[in-house]
Design a protein around this ligand. Structure first.
Ligand SMILES: Cc1cc2nc3c(=O)[nH]c(=O)nc-3n(C[C@H](O)[C@H](O)[C@H](O)COP(=O)(O)OP(=O)(O)OC[C@H]3O[C@@H](n4cnc5c(N)ncnc54)[C@H](O)[C@@H]3O)c2cc1C
Length: 366
C-alpha cells in the first residue's frame, strides 16, 4: 500500500487528554481546596484527606502548564503541534547547504511518532509487514506565519536525532532561519509526518531519481532499509535499543540516479561528513546499491534504460520495479510528467511513459 504525500496542514490528533483539559479539570477543584487551606486547623482530618487528591490535582494543574510555557524544550516532538527543540549541532557542508541535528526528546511519546507513523486521519498506525515510511518534519518561522517541510536524511529513531540538510535559496525565509541557527539555539519544529510508505519486499528493484536536496528522502530510505548484515556495534553502542535486521533474501536491488552538482559546487551527498551520505550507504549495501551520477539537467534516457533493463535480464523485473522520482517540476516534466496542482500523481508521461511505465511502477515525490 502506498501512502500519498500528506498535506502540510496540521490536523488535530484525538489522543489522551491534553494539558489544557487536565488544567481545566483541576481548576474546578481549586476553589474548594483553597477553602480548606483558609483555616487548616479547623479542617477535619478525614475531610482533608478526601480533599488531598483535589489539592494534588490543583498543584499539578498549575505546575504542568507553567513549566510548559517556561520550559518549552521539555515538550514532545509531535506531528500536530509545534515545540521549540534545541539544536545539537550545525555544520556548513557547502556554500548553500547546512546540516542541522535536532535530538529527539527521550520521552516515549516523541519516539512513538517515529515508530508508529502519524496517519492522515490523525491516528498512529503500526508499521507492519516490513513497511518503511519516509517522513518529513515542518520548521516554522518565529516571525511570520509560514512553515516549510524538510526531510531527515537519516533514520532518526536509530540515531536518536533528526538530521536535516537545508539549502538556502535567495530570499527564502525558513532557509534563512535554519542557516542562522547555532548549536544550543532552539527551533520551532513539528513532525514526523509521513511522506511516502513502501513495502520493499514487493519489489525486485527500487530505482530512485533525484537532484540536490531532493536526495534526502532516498538517503532516509536507504538509512532505514535493513543492512545486509546486522550492525550491533553501531546501534547498541548508542544505547538506542534499535538493532537493524539483516537484509532478507527477498530484498530489492537498489539503484540511485543522482545528478552531480553544478561545476564548482560541493558534492556534499558524496562526502564522508555524515553516516547517511552516499559513501557510508555504499559501504552498507555493497553491490546491492548501484549509484549512477548524471550531469546537471534533464535525466538522460540512457541512464533509465540501464537502470530498467540491466543486460540480459531485460524486461524480467518490470512487474516488480518501483521508480521513485524526486525532482523539481522542470526536470520531473520531461521524465514522467508533473504532479497535478493539488499534488495528485497525474499520468506517467515523458520518457518513463514512453518506456511503458505506469502509475503502478512510478511514484512522484513532491
Ligand atoms: C516534502 C518536502 C520535503 C522537503 N525537504 C527539503 C529538504 O530536506 N531540504 C531542503 O533544503 N528543502 C526541502 N524542501 C523544500 C523546502 O520545504 C522549502 O521549499 C525551501 O527550503 C525554500 O523555503 P524558504 O522558506 O527558504 O524559501 P521561500 O520563501 O519559500 O522561497 C523564496 C524564493 O526561493 C524560491 N525557491 C524555493 N525553493 C527553491 C529551490 N529549491 N531552489 C531555488 N529556488 C527556490 C522560491 O520560488 C521563492 O522565489 C522540501 C519540500 C517538500 C515539499
Amino acid at each position: 500500500m502506498r501512502t500519498p504525500p500528506t498535506s502540510s496542514v496540521p490536523r488535530p490528533l484525538p489522543t489522551k487528554p491534553t494539558f489544557r483539559s487536565f488544567a481545566s479539570s483541576s481548576s474546578s477543584g481549586s476553589s474548594s481546596s483553597s477553602a480548606t487551606f483558609s483555616n487548616p486547623s479547623k479542617a477535619h482530618p478525614l475531610r482533608l484527606s478526601k480533599r488531598w487528591p483535589r489539592l494534588a490535582l490543583t498543584l499539578l494543574g498549575v505546575t504542568i502548564p507553567t513549566s510548559y510555557y517556561f520550559f518549552p524544550s521539555a515538550r514532545e516532538l509531535a506531528p500536530h503541534m509545534y515545540s521549540d527543540q534545541p539544536v545539537s549541532s550545525t555544520k556548513s557542508i557547502s556554500t548553500q547547504h547546512k546540516l542541522v541535528s535536532i535530538p529527539i526528546p527521550s520521552s516515549s511519546t516523541s519516539k512513538e511518532y517515529f515508530t508508529k507513523p502519524y496517519r492522515t486521519v490523525g491516528s498512529l498506525a503500526d508499521v507492519e509487514g516490513g513497511e518503511i515510511v519516509i517522513q518529513h518534519m515542518m520548521i516554522k518561522s518565529p516571525d511570520i506565519q509560514i512553515e516549510r517541510p524538510y526531510t531527515p536524511i537519516n533514520d532518526p529513531l536509530a540515531d536518536g536525532e533528526v538530521r536535516l540538510v537545508v539549502k538556502r535559496v535567495q530570499g527564502g525565509e525558513v532557509g534563512r532561519i535554519v542557516h542562522s541557527l547555532k548549536e544550543g539555539d532552539k527551533v520551532g519544529i513539528r513532525g514526523p509526518i509521513p511522506t511516502y510508505s513502501i513495502y520493499p519486499q514487493n519489489y525486485d528493484k527500487i530505482i530512485m531519481i533525484s537532484t540536490g536536496t531532493a536526495i534526502s528522502p532516498f538517503l532516509q530510505l536507504l538509512s532505514k532499509l535493513p543492512s545486509p548484515a546486522p550492525i550491533p556495534s553501531q546501534s547498541q553502542s548508542q544505547g538506542q535499543g534499535h538493532t537493524q535486521a539483516a537484509i532478507p533474501s527477498t530484498a530489492p536491488k537498489l539503484h540511485l540516479i543522482h545528478s552531480k552538482p553544478m561545476q564548482g559546487r560541493e558534492d556534499w551527498a558524496n562526502s564522508l561528513t555524515d553516516s547517511s551520505f552516499l559513501p557510508s550507504l555504499q559501504d552498507k549495501f555493497g553491490d546491492r546499491l548501484q549509484v549512477t551520477r548524471i550531469d546537471p539537467g534533464p535525466v538522460p534516457k540512457a541512464a533509465l534504460v540501464e537502470a530498467l533493463n540491466p543486460g540480459s535480464q531485460a524486461g524480467a523485473e518490470k512487474d516488480r520495479i518501483l521508480v521513485l522520482v524526486c525532482l523539481p517540476p522542470m526536470l520531473m516534466r520531461p521524465l514522467c510528467g508533473n504532479m497535478t496542482p493539488n499534488l495528485d500523481q497525474g499520468p506517467i508521461t515523458g520518457i518513463l511513459g514512453e518506456m511503458g511505465l505506469t502509475n503502478e511502477q512510478v511514484w512522484k515525490l513532491e
